[in-house]
Design a binder for this molecule. Structure first.
Ligand SMILES: [Zn+2]
Length: 75
């Protein structure tokens, strides 16, 4: 039986400090490629592997609204 050759071995997920998610198929992305809209510039912040990101950043990525609510509530 041959495994599917079309499936990548792994897709790495990277996040920038703002919680934007960047997927990397082959190599480490140099900067966040998130854009708020087509007319805005790229975010451009440096990214780190999701597994190495702080819990805070992971929460931002998973649930931006909840994270910001929690932050404002935390006064
Ligand atoms: Zn970003």
């Amino acid at each position: 039986m041959e495994a599917s050759v079309a499936t990548p071995l792994s897709v790495s997920v990277y996040v920038c400090p703002d919680g934007h998610r960047t997927l990397a198929l082959t190599s480490l992305p140099e900067a966040c490629h998130h854009r708020a809209s087509r007319t805005k510039p790229y975010c451009g912040k440096s990214v780190q592997p999701l597994s190495e990101a702080s819990a805070d950043v992971q929460q931002k990525m998973l649930n931006p609204l909840k994270a910001s609510k929690k932050a404002s509530k935390n006064k």
